[in-house]
Design a protein around this ligand. Structure first.
Ligand SMILES: [Zn+2]
Length: 356
């Protein structure tokens, strides 16, 4: 059994920089037509930095003449001005700016405390047709309530800037699903592969599993079911795939204070195929499931961003494969090797990407 879908996009990736970037970029390039690159590490705050970073990403591709196209973001800080937005929007590949609440996650120490301070910047983004991507977590709230507690701030933005396109990134709760379904056509959300399969039990329920730890943390079974229902059966076309693939070195994850982030690029499509073609799903025919997967990975996001659909295809085959324990790269100039543990390391996954 195998099936073919239009080539997917990944609307949320962390490529990092240097040796790590050279290790992980090919894993996204292999399966995706485009990827929206987040601006936290390294910090990308203006158009020139985005342009330089994009050049370094292109240098890390294994097929520089292939079709892979990095889409870029800049990070909003208290230093961001409307002029910086205007300049960045002119740079090739820059399509969005990312709002991190101060202290919410990796590289957000200079993030935004009060969204109302962003008024002139958000107006400029609306006028330049730049998309606002939001890491929607209230950092001071209890960890399981951070996402829901941030929704009023998103509501304020949507109400005051109705012409601005807003993406709630990597949503994890039934509340966020409902928020997006009830919102205007200018509000969408990305959903990761890991949040469709993990609950908090997989992070803490049988020992601490650092490679299942990320922000926002995986929530309850009810929340996970709401996410799966929204992408596999829901009517709303404003949910699309963003892996939030976020590599950290192994020793930074397996640590007394482990970093948040899951490196999912190599397995993301296999995991998604498992979700959409899962055994429990008796309600939809194969054709319906395939169409739902394709909408989620290859159509909804491109349409929301106003991009053409990718031309190519990927084929997923029912051919179990073993996920490597690690992805490694020797250090440049004899330095220490970069070692990253992928999501589902060492497990056998049923669906393999047969060609892309
Ligand atoms: Zn992220």
């Amino acid at each position: 059994l195998e099936f073919t879908i239009r080539k997917p996009d990944d609307f949320h990736v962390h490529f990092r920089d240097g040796e790590m970037m050279r290790l992980v970029v090919p894993e996204t390039e292999r399966h995706f037509g485009r990827a929206l690159v987040m601006p936290n590490v390294p910090a990308i705050e203006d158009g020139r930095q985005a342009d330089d970073y994009r050049a370094r990403i292109l240098d890390s591709l294994t097929s520089p003449d292939g079709d892979f196209f990095p889409l870029m973001t800049i990070k909003l800080t208290h230093r961001t001005t409307p002029e910086m937005i205007g300049e960045a929007s002119e740079v090739h590949g820059v399509v969005a700016a990312k709002l991190y609440p101060e202290g919410a996650t990796t590289g957000s120490h200079d993030g935004i405390r009060d969204v109302e301070e962003l008024r002139p910047v958000l107006a400029a983004m609306r006028d330049c047709r730049m998309v606002l991507c939001i890491h929607g977590e209230w950092p001071e709230a209890f960890v399981l309530e951070r996402e829901e507690r941030y929704l009023p701030a998103v509501e304020w933005i949507v109400k005051h800037f109705p012409g601005l396109r807003v993406v709630l990134e990597h949503i994890t709760t039934a509340a966020a699903v409902k928020f997006v379904e009830d919102a205007s056509v200018n509000v969408a959300a990305t959903i990761t592969a890991h949040h469709l399969v993990l609950s908090l039990d997989d992070v803490l329920g049988q020992g601490i599993r650092p490679h299942h730890f990320c922000y926002p943390v995986a929530k309850t079974y009810v929340d996970r079911s709401a996410l799966v229902y929204a992408v596999a059966h829901g009517k709303c076309r404003r949910f699309f795939f963003g892996s939030d693939t976020a590599p950290h070195r192994r020793h930074d994850k397996e640590s007394a204070c482990g970093c948040a982030g899951i490196f999912s690029a190599p397995v993301a499509l296999s995991v998604l195929a498992g979700v959409f073609f899962g055994d429990e799903d008796h309600h939809n025919t194969l054709k319906h499931r395939q169409a739902a997967l394709e909408r989620f990975t290859s159509i909804n996001g491109a349409e929301f961003y106003g991009l053409p659909l990718n031309e190519g295809t990927v084929t997923l085959a029912d051919e179990p494969w073993a996920v490597p324990q690690t992805y490694d790269r020797d250090g440049d100039g004899g330095g220490p090797a970069t070692v990253v543990v992928p999501f589902r390391a060492g497990e056998r996954l049923r669906w393999r990407v047969a060609s892309s």
